[in-house]
Write a protein that binds this ligand. Sequence first.
Ligand code: CAA
Length: 296
Amino acid sequence: MTSTDAKEQAIKSIARVGVIGCGQMGAGIAEVSARAGMDVVVHEIDAATAERGRNRMISSFDKAVARNKMTEEERDATIANLTFTTDLADMADRRMVIEAVIEDEALKTQVFSTLDKVVEADDAILASNTSSIPIMKLGMATERPENVVGIHFFNPVPVLKLVELVTSLMTSKQTIERSERFADDILGKIVIRSKDRAGFVVNALLIPYILSAIRMMESGFATAEDIDHGMVEGCNHPMGPLALADLIGLDTTAAVAESMYEEFKEPLYAAPAMLSRMVEAGLLGRKTGRGFYDYS
Ligand code: CAA
């Protein structure tokens, strides 16, 4: 089979995508899926939140048009591929549903249990964009754990190429292969595979690094600016660890750290007090206008 045939077959077998949650990750996943020609239904909890997600996506398309990365026709065709809903029952005819709600195990489990009841096709893939929650726990919330897989994207989704494909002990070979084709052939992402351990590959390395930077700042050893400049100028990272925590969201950073600490009980995964206090204060980074830096 040529690569064009493989792509066409993958498109046909998926074609109808659902995305649960339209925050920064969900909006990015819906955007790249719609840009790849998929028919995408996006779910949000209420009409106002769905409208905010839709506006965020439209402004991203407008920016792409202004930067000559997309024509106006492509933008209009992409927008036409997107539908918004507040009813999970609208996922019934989807062949691939990607959950991207906040990093809360109880909420994600509930979403998977509902999707299991409403999604009709026996071979539909139920995927999670979780950063750290075991895929097995989400799979066992359904009657079809063999169809449940982790497809973990990186922020900003339209820019970063990587996807971690996370398989539980119960994920079937067919689900793994079809998910890989979706991420690779359809979305054009680079796929790495990970077993089902909290943090998977990238966060297992990234989160202790970010937590060390927070501890360094907390102890008064160096300023946020100097820590970030150190890694940008000294190691050629695109951004420093504290600016990156602000981009990821401090609530998400803390939630991922907590899942990893719960799994491994190692101090390097424990959230520093400063991170917990900032989350309690609602200083969540870029999305709230203030984190380690001020974005207002
Ligand atoms: N959507 C679409 N395009 C975007 C974008 C977005 N949200 N943000 C930036 N871009 C594009 C810009 O349009 C620009 O494109 P051109 O070069 O073609 O004009 C390009 O990306 C660079 O953007 P900027 O010039 O605005 O800024 P920059 O050069 O400082 O790059 C950045 C910004 C892409 C965020 C870069 O700093 C970066 O890659 N940072 C590291 C991000 C990272 O490590 N993410 C992983 C987080 S971990 C995670 O997500 C997983 C988890 O589970 C926690």
